[in-house]
Each structure stands twice: as structure tokens, then as C-alpha cells.
Ligand binder design. Sequence first.
Ligand code: SAM
Length: 342
Amino acid sequence: MPKTYTAIESWIVTNLQLTPSNSIEQTYERLERQGDNLPLLNAPQDLTNPAHFIEEAVIWDFALHLAGCEKVLDVGCGDGWPSLRLANHFPILVAVDASARRVATAQANARRLGLKNVSIKQMSALEMDFPDSSFDGVVAASVIEQTTNPYQALREIFRVLKPGGKLRLFFEPGDNSTKGVSERVFISETEDSPGYHYVLKHSRPPWERNYLVKFPPTPEVKDAFRRLHSLIERLGSNPRQAPEIGLNFLTENQTQILGVSWYEIELFTSETMKETLEEVGFEEVDVIYSAGTFARRFFPLIQEQGLSSIQLAACCRALAEISKDISAPHISGEPIVAVRPK
Ligand SMILES: C[S@@+](CC[C@H](N)C(=O)[O-])C[C@H]1O[C@@H](n2cnc3c(N)ncnc32)[C@H](O)[C@@H]1O
């Protein structure tokens, strides 16, 4: 365990026995669902809702960057995003995720939506069970940085892409523009253990550390978690601003703690992700504006026009058409396109 950065982290490291883990086991296998507001997956699409408008633009972003592809792979699909939303755009979609729970949710979503051209498999991005050159295109959204070995995940994507095949890669960027750490608390619950998650984000260099403090599912602990849940709703999730949800909660409930696991992920900037893709062997690696960035910027103006949903959908597509050819600054955190050489 390297040096500690905050009072909560020091307390955890000093007082509890740490077990190494990873994002799948510690985070994704414990989440009932990943998002509450994914259009069509969790809620009817409403393009007057800014989140849905931005999401529709991002779907067009993937569709236009990979236009002409027959067989597309979605790596780290979570609950089925973006693969299930791309089912109308490509003949064949294959989606993989390493978490059994996420795969089961994505499969249930695909069945509910009646999608026949999408297959979803449990598989690690680090070792994919596909022959070389299997896909015309690959999409990956917020997954590469979640794996234990981003370089290996990109090598696997390179291997399964056909020569000339294209990758459109979104990632959660690290912010190395300002020095500092940020902290966040959230809770999760499985049948055998309520979980207290403490997330520490470091900016220079960018990385994120995640601790999961596990408790037994006793009535007292469940009560304490219910109170914690309402405190987080009322005060926000930053334990530095609200010690009630941070050190106070942990020390008050210390005797109940079963154990703690942790993992760390490396965060990329557009620049470091571009360099890593080039290192793997990709060519034509470009940081290109997400249509979502344009949609976010233009939504307030478009909203004022009182357009129908068909017109709003056309705006999303138009924004993706425009953004698709515009290079973004390398420090921007915008997504990347890359091509496997012929
Ligand atoms: C932030 S979520 C993104 C999910 C989805 N693409 C989205 O944008 O909603 C990251 C996903 O990566 C998956 N993941 C983490 N490590 C993985 C690996 N080695 N191979 C495949 N999937 C992995 C997790 O299970 C999780 O579903």
C-alpha cells in the first residue's frame, strides 16, 4: 500500500486489514443497475430531457464514426450501453463484460427490447475469446481505465479488429489541470453485506483509489446505512464537507466492520490514451470531439425552439455529423478514434 492522502484513508489503512481487489468484484458485481436514466434501457426516451438529448447525440457519434461496419464489438458493455442502443445502426453487435451481474442485466435488457442482432457474453477485455480480425469496428465506453491492465485491453482490441477496422473510444478522463485530491462516499448493498465505498481521486498524476468497507447485514447495520443514505442525500457525498458520512460514520461503526478491500485505477488524459494506442500499433489516432460535448453546449439554444421529438433527433444526428470531423485539443479529455493498420 503506497502513502496515504487523506484522514479517512489513513484511518482505513491503520485500523483495518486490506485485501486487494478490482473494479469488477468490488464495484460492478455489487451494483443492481449502473444508471437510472439511460433512455430505453431504464426509461422511455424523452429528447426534451438534456441527458437524453446528449445521449442520443453520443449514439449518433458511435454510429457515424463506425458507419459501414457490419460486425461491431462493445467492450465493457455494463447494462448494455452503448451496444443495445446501437442495435438499429449495425447488422451484428457483440457485447462483452467481465461482470456476471452486468452481463445478466444487459441480456435481460436486450430481451425486453426484443433485440435479435445483439449477443452478450461474459468475458474479460484482457483475454477475449474471439479469433484475430473478427470485427469491423469496436466501441468502448468508460471501460479501458477500469481494467487492471489498460495496455493489454487495447492490445486485445487491436487483435480482434480486422485490418482497417476502427475503434471509437470514450473514457473517463483524469483531470491533471489542477493539483489535488477529491473524495466521495457511496453505498451499495448485496444480500450478504452492506458496503461503504470511499473513492479518492488524485489529479497529478491522475489515478483513482477505491475502498470497500464491508459490514454484516444485521438490523443495526441496516439502520445505520439507512441513516447514512439520507445523510448523503441531504449533505452530498463529499466526506470532507460532511464528516458525518466520513470518519464519524466509520469510527462509530468500527466494531461491526468485517473487512476492507481496495483497488486503484490509472486515469488517462486524451494525450496519454493517444500515446498508449500508438504504442499498441494503432494508426490515425485522433482526439475528436464527442457529439455529446456539442449537444451539451447547444441544448439550451435548441430547447428554446420548441421542436418535436423527430426534429430533436435530427439535431442530435446533425451535431454528430459536425463534431465527427473536428479535432479536439489533446488535453481536453475528449474521446479518440484509432484504426488498425491494413
Ligand atoms: C463504468 S462501466 C461502463 C459500462 C458501459 N460501457 C457504460 O458506459 O454504461 C465499466 C464496465 O467495465 C467492466 N469491466 C471492468 N473491467 C473489465 C474487464 N477486464 N473486461 C471487461 N469488462 C470490464 C465493468 O464490469 C463495467 O461494466
